[in-house]
Design a protein around this ligand. Structure first.
Ligand SMILES: Cc1cc2nc3c(=O)[nH]c(=O)nc-3n(C[C@H](O)[C@H](O)[C@H](O)COP(=O)(O)O)c2cc1C
Length: 376
């Protein structure tokens, strides 16, 4: 086991015992050192590579996924770390979220890219603000990846929230064409990030700006694709269940290929009671100082509910092209991803991934699937 893996294991044991550290110092510690640590971590590789059992593999949209679980967006923002997850046996690799222009992300009270964890509650908060190098540089990084069979490449993209919407849309379309001209296998359109100004509020996913954007993308990109390049749309885990049927009908009608539920939550009051009492002071500090998005265990129920409604609605639509539901939010065990015909097709994880990584190191997917045999 490498030094970095040992460090993660030790930190995992220590983290829940840090409740005496002030919330601002704790947040500073976890935010300001995070990028440097991740750079070190992502330079590691499993040797030899772990290959999941062929019984776990899936072919969706004509693309081979060696198993159905992989990282959620935001983990490899700039197209780094492909070998890191491919060597672990990830089902795919998702880069981004990428925007047309580079973004520095959020900085406040001397804290760069604010992030904190509530380890006893298996939950985290972040207010990073979509930091990334921009489409061009990320496209360049992706071009250097040596693809591994069964671990396709996805890119999460978003319109740049800081610029006027017409220009942002034009630049988003340019980005989509840029990634079409790359070895990217699928695209995830991020319509749900709460950490940047200008995105839709969580309970109004079918607002007119969303429909406008989707129409433009459908007309000027989806119908003109020159190769197999599925585009899925990711919404918040705060999406209202009542909107899902309409949302799915709209996406299918526009020619999208899937939907992901979903992104982080901003329902701070609703989830406060699910946070361990000893971590609530840190929760209050973070949500009141930065806001940001909540991730991890607290999203398990919403992602389960939203993806189930989506799968059930999809089954009622008979005359349609291939379309898949992806579940993200609170995935941290094989029990969260039963592979039956009523299940989502794919799963993504972020908070649970790091939880498992700190316990099991690079053997993360091997450990995850140990003793598991899929039902279909
Ligand atoms: C630190 C951090 C950064 C994230 N960055 C992005 C991002 O750039 N784009 C995006 O669509 N989602 C982003 N997310 C949301 C995750 O992709 C995922 O939807 C969310 O964390 C719920 O999954 P989880 O409960 O497994 O963590 C981020 C989450 C975290 C914790």
């Amino acid at each position: 086991m490498s030094f970095v893996e040992l460090f993660m294991k030790a930190e995992h044991v220590l983290r829940p015992r840090l409740s005496f550290v002030s919330p601002s110092l704790y947040t500073k510690l976890y935010s300001n050192n995070r990028s440097a640590f991740l750079r070190l971590l992502y330079s590691l590789q499993n040797n030899p590579y772990y290959t999941p059992s062929p019984s776990l593999s899936k072919t969706l949209w004509g693309i081979h996924f060696q198993q159905p679980l992989f990282n959620a967006a935001g983990m490899f923002k700039n197209g780094e770390g492909y070998e890191f997850v491919a060597s672990q046996g990830a089902g795919a690799y998702l880069a981004g979220t990428s925007t047309s222009r580079p973004r520095n992300g959020n900085h406040k009270n001397g804290i760069h890219h604010p992030f904190t964890t509530y380890p006893k509650s298996k939950t985290a908060s972040n207010w990073l603000g979509l930091p990334n190098y921009g489409h061009k540089e990320i496209h360049n990084n992706i071009s250097k990846i040596q693809k591994v069979e069964g671990c396709p490449i996805g890119i999460s993209v978003s319109s740049a929230p800081e610029i006027e919407s017409i220009i942002a849309l034009k630049e988003l379309l340019e980005g989509l064409y840029m990634f079409q001209d790359s070895q990217v296998d699928f695209i995830e359109l991020n319509e749900s990030c709460p950490n940047v100004a200008g995105h839709t509020k969580s309970d109004s996913v079918l607002d007119e700006h969303l429909i406008e954007r989707l129409t433009e993308i459908a007309t000027n990109f989806l119908s003109l694709r020159n190769r197999n390049l599925p585009v899925i749309v990711k919404f918040s885990n705060d999406t209202s269940p009542t909107q899902i049927p309409e949302l799915i009908d709209t996406l299918i009608q526009f020619g999208f290929d899937g939907v992901n539920f979903g992104n982080t939550s901003t329902q701070y009051a609703k989830y406060r009671e699910k946070i361990h009492f000893s971590e609530q002071y840190r929760y209050d500090y973070f949500t009141q100082t930065f806001g940001g998005g909540l991730s991890g265990e607290i999203l398990k129920q919403s992602s389960q509910e939203l993806s189930t409604i989506a799968v059930n609605h999809l089954k009622t639509i008979t005359d349609r092209k291939e379309f898949h539901i992806i579940r993200t939010g609170g995935i941290d065990s094989i029990n969260d991803m039963n592979q039956t015909e009523n299940s989502p097709s794919l799963y993504q994880w972020y908070t649970g991934y790091f939880e498992h990584l700190s316990q099991h190191g690079l053997a993360i997917y091997k450990e995850f699937y140990e003793g598991y045999s899929p039902r279909i």
